[in-house]
Design a protein around this ligand. Structure first.
Ligand SMILES: Nc1ncnc2c1ncn2[C@@H]1O[C@H](COP(=O)(O)OP(=O)(O)OP(=O)(O)O)[C@@H](O)[C@H]1O
Ligand SMILES: [Mg+2]
Length: 338
């Protein structure tokens, strides 16, 4: 059976690499001296959700304690995942965080007047009574900020500045030290998000440690193939790994997709030349459809530029590469309004 995964976040033993990134996130939020926040930037389908889900799975046997800066007590740690893409206003953002806390801790609290107050009450209970320091894993954060700023840029500024002070200290909870940290994922960094959405950056700057997710190296692509094919009769040669890396540059989603195409093609009896032409053509077609599907010129400038760089290095047929490069150029031009 074809073992490669490209339709959903990867889980369990399919989760490959990222050890250093995980370590960095834990150091910043849990094991380091002071509890900070993280902003993870990465293109579409690079593995943001997979990474957060992986960190969430640490809950199963995590014994590390946290001693927040300025506080004498030690706390247990809980990693709480929330996808905020569908939230359309500040209240639904806090309601989503509240719900994910409730799913994990299953508390009973009387409803307050606002979702924000419910959220604060829940954090209070979890921190002061249950003795847990929460690390929120907030997926698709920029999509949410974009949604609220699209309606009214000032509401995004207001929301970010309130969240920013919550992230420094939660006076409502314990009158001093921080009660939780956040790990945000986004398709762009904060500055790009604010600029592209005309959000006033005064007072809206969250204090976060920036982490940029990397594509896989040639060596990692080879290791990924070995991992996924460990129980399989089919194996890829060094030349085939070069073919995959040449077409994908190690972009995680495209890497898995290409390995999958190669796996299927290998089942047919083809000459080497026919095999290479087939997978390159199929990959080129799929690549074109995927970037159209990702929203064309609606993609962040950063992603468009990254894809353009990738296309310049691609080892596909010249005609295919030209079509894709032209398409991206049109998107970039329409984005900057030429
Ligand atoms: N750590 C990983 N190991 C193996 N494959 C990965 C990994 N991370 C990402 N991938 C590949 O990338 C694909 C997309 O992963 P994921 O859904 O986590 O990305 P994402 O950045 O959250 O995407 P989106 O921008 O759509 O939210 C996976 O289906 C898989 O093919
Ligand atoms: Mg995702």
């Amino acid at each position: 059976m074809n073992p490669f995964v490209y339709n959903s976040p990867v889980r369990g033993k399919d989760f490959f690499n990222r050890e250093k990134t995980v370590e960095k996130i834990l150091k910043e939020t849990v094991t380091g001296k002071s509890q900070g926040n993280i902003w993870i930037t990465g293109e579409r389908q690079i593995g943001k959700t997979s990474l957060l889900r992986h960190i969430q799975s640490l809950n199963e046997n995590y014994s590390e304690k946290v001693k927040p800066y300025g506080c004498d007590k030690s706390f247990n740690v809980a990693f709480i995942f929330a996808n905020v893409q569908g939230c359309t206003e500040e209240e639904s953002f806090y309601a989503t965080l509240w719900q994910s806390l409730k799913d994990y801790f299953d508390f009973k609290l009387t409803k307050a007047a606002t979702c924000y107050e419910d959220f604060i009450n829940a954090v209070n209970l979890i921190y002061n009574t249950k003795n847990y320091y929460v690390i929120f894993l907030i997926d698709e954060f920029d999509a949410f900020v974009e949604t609220i700023s699209f309606k009214k840029p000032q509401s995004a500024t207001k929301f970010l500045s309130k969240l920013s002070s919550l992230l420094q200290e939660v006076d409502e909870v314990n009158g001093g030290s921080k009660a939780f940290s956040c790990v945000f994922t986004a398709n762009r960094d904060i500055k790009e998000l604010l600029n592209e959405n005309h959000i006033d950056n005064r007072g809206s700057g969250l204090i976060v440690e920036a982490v940029s997710l990397k594509w896989f190296t040639r060596k990692q692509v080879s290791e990924l193939a070995d991992l996924y094919l460990c129980d399989n009769k089919i194996k890829f040669s060094a030349k085939e790994i070069d073919l995959c890396f040449g077409a994908t540059q190690g972009y995680p989603y495209f890497t898995q997709k290409m390995l999958s195409l190669m796996y299927e093609a290998k089942k047919n009896v083809l000459s080497e030349k026919e095999y290479i032409t087939l997978v390159k053509d199929e990959f080129g077609e799929m690549f074109k459809e995927t970037i159209e599907d990702w929203g064309g010129d609606k993609m962040p400038m950063r992603t468009l530029k990254k894809l353009k760089d990738m296309v310049e290095k691609m080892n596909l047929a010249d005609a295919v590469t030209k079509v894709i490069a032209r398409m991206l150029e049109i998107y970039i031009k329409s984005k900057i309004g030429i």
